[in-house]
Design a protein around this ligand. Structure first.
Ligand code: GLN
Length: 474
């Protein structure tokens, strides 16, 4: 499949058309969606109308925008007017949002063509897309394995050549981990860089929308299109979208890159070998390599599994059978609320709501949630100290390559450990990218993670591009 950059160029020049590119995308979806369960909804009519309007504007000589005619997949936790938005939960079945998420408006303003909504772990809680109420998504590279999660459908859409771009959301690793397992580039931007308006909230202090793509330049193009201040999100950073594409070839000469011991600890040998080779490639490109230990990273998982469920228990209180989607009747309002939530939420979501409610309850607040917030502050300080010694950090994205279906479903802790290397970035509100580098067990892709301070996206893409070139990718 062509890159987003290639499609936009060809559509704008008249060499191709948005309509033709969309039809390619729709036939790729038609060919494998039943097998892989990637799209929960394909908006054929809406996408065709959007593509036609791009073609009409090109015919009139207009400059349509940097993503002219590029088909894009949208994780099904982002609102699009009139399009079913489920969060892969039965509780939202049938609900159609009356407004667009800011990211959707921005994509359309750049000429992109949203083709449909992709599967995820229910309410983005999970690391394998096995928690979806609508069945799991399969990894296109090996359908006996998971694509990762929670943005597993978005990652699989790109890996299966259905769309060159996809949007995911990352609360504890949900863009980077599936990117790693599907052989893609995936970035978690700095907190506040991308508007969360219209992203259905999981843990509001951690959630960020970001890009998934096959190439670094495509990811940079997509992030540039969606980033920048939005008055509709009070946590949105006050500045315009940064210049990213212009810097992808800046390289790493003179940069200090720290290999972090805790970001490879416990990872499989094939993963560690790829990280070591990536370090060598950055060194060859002129970076100075140091080694660091950041022991606070070991506390990330425990703090995250108090903070994220605590916020989720509050955010998910709104699904009460009154305002959205499903309603199961009961004798009185309380019974209706209970019956609706019992029938509408899956096991993992219920587990998180119970964990979060417990952590926040009077008498336990100081012991759990309060402690977790202190750890979060320590994490922020630890990153600050690390960035005095290095410009960027490097480690693994995930402990292993894509794993088999069912191998972690009966043990929540084993599943939670999939995000042990990605969670610290979310807690600190900083940026990180996963870039495919080499292969491991069964020839499956390995993701290497590059981490940087807030607003370091341009530097991260430049370093990721060095690795892409070192792998011989154009
Ligand atoms: N896997 C992690 C969780 O289950 C992260 C999810 C995410 O980033 N949305 O919470």
């Amino acid at each position: 499949m062509k890159t987003a950059q290639g499609i936009a160029r060809d559509v704008q020049s008249g060499e191709s058309s948005a309509t033709a590119e969309l039809e390619n995308s729709l036939s790729a979806i038609g060919a494998r969606n039943e097998e892989l369960n990637i799209f929960l909804y394909v908006d054929e009519a809406g996408a065709r109308a959007a593509a036609l309007s791009v073609d009409e504007r090109v015919a009139k000589g207009e400059n349509v925008g940097p993503l002219a005619g590029v088909p894009i997949a949208i994780k099904d936790n982002m609102c699009q007017t009139g399009i079913p938005t489920t969060c892969s939960s039965k509780i939202l079945e049938g609900w159609r949002p009356p407004y667009n998420a800011t990211v959707i408006d921005r994509l359309m303003a750049c000429g992109a063509v949203p083709v449909g909504k992709t599967n995820l772990d229910e309410f983005a809680m999970g690391s394998s897309t096995e928690n979806s109420a609508f069945g799991p998504t399969r990894n296109p590279l090996d359908p006996s394995r998971v694509p990762g999660g929670s943005s597993g459908g978005s990652a699989a859409a790109v890996a299966a050549n259905m769309t060159p771009l996809a949007l995911g959301s990352d609360t504890g690793g949900s863009i980077r981990q599936p990117a790693a397992l599907c052989g893609l580039v995936g970035m978690k931007p700095s907190y506040g860089l991308v508007s969360r308006y219209g992203l259905i909230a999981f843990a509001s202090s951690l959630d960020q929308i970001g890009p998934l793509s096959k190439t670094v330049t495509d990811a940079a193009m997509l992030l540039e299109a969606i980033a920048g201040h939005d008055p509709m999100d009070s946590t949105s950073l006050p500045e315009p979208s940064p210049s990213l594409v212009a810097h992808v070839n800046d390289g790493v000469a003179g940069k200090r890159v720290a290999l972090v011991r805790e970001l490879v600890e416990g990872a499989d040998d094939d993963v560690v070998a790829s990280v070591n080779r990536a370090v060598a490639a950055l060194k060859d490109a002129g970076a100075t390599i140091v080694e660091l230990s950041i022991p606070e990273f070991r506390l990330g998982l425990s703090a995250y599994y108090l903070i994220a469920p605590a916020e989720a228990s509050s955010n998910l209180a709104r699904y009460d059978g009154v305002r959205f989607g499903l309603r199961v009747n009961g004798e009185d309002v309380a019974a209706m609320n209970e019956a609706t939530r019992t029938a509408g939420f899956g096991a993992e979501v219920k587990r998180r709501i119970m964990l979060g409610t417990y952590a926040l309850s009077a008498g336990y607040f100081d012991a759990y949630y309060g402690q977790a917030l202190k750890v979060r502050t320590q994490m922020i300080d630890a990153f600050k100290r690390a960035y005095q010694q290095a410009d960027l950090l490097i480690g693994a994205t995930t402990p292993s390559v894509a794993f088999a279906f069912g191998s972690k479903t009966s043990d929540p802790m084993a599943m939670y450990l999939s995000d042990v290397f990605t969670i610290p970035t979310n807690l600190a509100g900083e940026a990180a990218v996963s870039v495919p580098f080499g292969t491991g067990e069964a020839g499956l892709p390995v993701g290497v993670q590059l981490l940087g301070p807030g607003r370091s996206e341009a530097q991260l893409f430049a370093a990721a591009r060095v690795l892409e070139l070192a792998e011989g990718r154009p």
